[in-house]
Design a protein around this ligand. Structure first.
Ligand SMILES: [Zn+2]
Length: 290
C-alpha cells in the first residue's frame, strides 16, 4: 500500500520539477540578427533569444511594434551593440519601464571610431554626430570577438549554473571568429591600402582592421546629390575602386549610377544577415575579385 501511494507522489514531484524548470527558462534580447545567432549559440538553449529588429529592418531607425515591446519587457537582459540609432532611442525608455532588465553594452572595452558615421534618428540627436562613435562594430570579426567576450561574461553572471556550457560554446564560436579574423588579415595583405566604395559606411571597422580604405557614397546620412556623386566618382577613379557595396535595406539606384560612371561592379551585401560568418566571407570574396 505504501509503495502504491509513494509512486504517484514521486511522479508528481518529478512532473512539477519539470514544469518549474520550463518556467525558469528566461529570455535575453539583442538588437540585430547576427548578434542573435551568437547569443543562441552561446546560450545553448538555456535562454530564449529575442531579436528586436528583424532581418530586413534598419536598426538605425527602426520603430518597435507594441507586440515586440511586450516581449522585450519580459527579458532578463538586453545585449546592446552600443550605438545603433534604435538602441539609443529605445533602451532609455525601456530602462524606465523595466528597471529589472540588465542592459549589457557589448561595445564595452572595444576601441571605437568617431566622425565616420552620421546618426539619422530624429529623436536621438542630443550630441553632435562627430561626438558619437560609428556603431557597426559587429562587421569586423576582430572587434566582434570582443563583443562576444562581453556577451559570454554577462551570460555567466546571469546564470552561473550554465557556465560550463557557455564556456564550451564560447570557445568554439570564438575560435571560428579568430579564424575569420586571420583569414581576412592574410587575404587583405595582398591589397593593403586599396579602396572600395559603399553606400552606407557599414564597413568602417573592417577597413580599419584590415588595412583598406572605405569611400561612403551617403553624405551625412542623406541621399547623395548629383554633385556629391560626381565627386565620389572622381575619387573612386583616382583610388582605383573595383567594387561598390550596396546594403540590402537601401535603394540601389544611386549606387548603380555611381558604378556605371566609376567603372566598377556592384555587390549587394547584408551585414545584418543571421548567417553572419558566411556573409563576412562573401564580402571578403567580393573584395578579392578583380
Ligand atoms: Zn550606420
Amino acid at each position: 500500500m505504501i509503495r502504491q501511494i509513494f509512486f504517484p507522489v514521486l511522479l508528481l514531484g518529478v512532473l512539477s520539477a519539470c514544469s518549474g524548470a520550463r518556467q525558469e527558462r528566461r529570455a535575453v534580447a539583442v538588437t540585430i540578427p547576427p548578434v542573435q545567432a551568437w547569443a543562441e549559440e552561446l546560450a545553448g538553449g538555456r535562454f530564449d533569444v529575442v531579436c528586436a529588429v528583424p532581418d530586413g529592418g534598419n536598426p538605425e531607425s527602426y520603430d518597435l511594434p507594441p507586440s515586440m515591446m511586450a516581449r522585450l519587457a519580459s527579458c532578463a537582459a538586453y545585449f546592446s551593440c552600443g550605438y545603433l540609432g534604435f538602441e539609443r532611442t529605445w533602451l532609455e525608455k525601456s530602462a524606465q519601464n523595466n528597471p529589472q532588465m540588465e542592459v549589457v553594452d557589448l561595445s564595452d572595452g572595444v576601441e571605437l571610431m568617431y566622425g565616420t558615421h552620421h546618426h539619422t534618428h530624429a529623436e536621438a540627436e542630443p550630441e553632435s554626430d562627430a561626438a558619437l562613435p560609428d556603431p557597426h562594430l559587429w562587421c569586423s570579426p576582430r572587434r566582434a570577438r570582443l563583443m562576444l567576450r562581453n556577451m559570454y561574461d554577462a551570460l555567466c553572471r546571469l546564470d552561473t549554473a550554465g557556465r560550463t556550457l557557455y564556456t564550451e560554446n564560447y570557445r568554439r564560436l570564438d575560435a571560428r571568429m579568430a579564424c575569420l579574423d586571420s583569414t581576412l588579415a592574410a587575404r587583405s595583405a595582398a591589397y593593403a591600402g586599396a579602396a572600395f566604395a559603399i553606400y552606407h559606411p557599414t564597413l568602417t571597422y573592417w577597413a580599419a582592421d584590415y588595412g583598406l580604405r572605405q569611400l561612403a557614397l551617403e553624405p551625412e546620412g542623406k541621399s547623395p546629390s548629383p554633385q556629391h556623386l560626381r565627386q565620389m566618382v572622381d575619387s573612386a577613379r583616382r583610388a582605383g575602386v573595383k567594387v561598390v557595396f550596396i546594403q540590402r535595406e537601401f535603394d540601389p539606384k544611386q549606387a548603380e549610377t555611381f558604378a556605371r560612371e566609376a567603372g566598377c561592379r556592384t555587390e549587394i551585401i547584408n551585414p545584418l544577415s543571421p548567417e553572419w560568418e558566411s556573409e563576412i566571407m562573401r564580402i571578403a570574396d567580393a573584395l578579392d575579385r578583380k
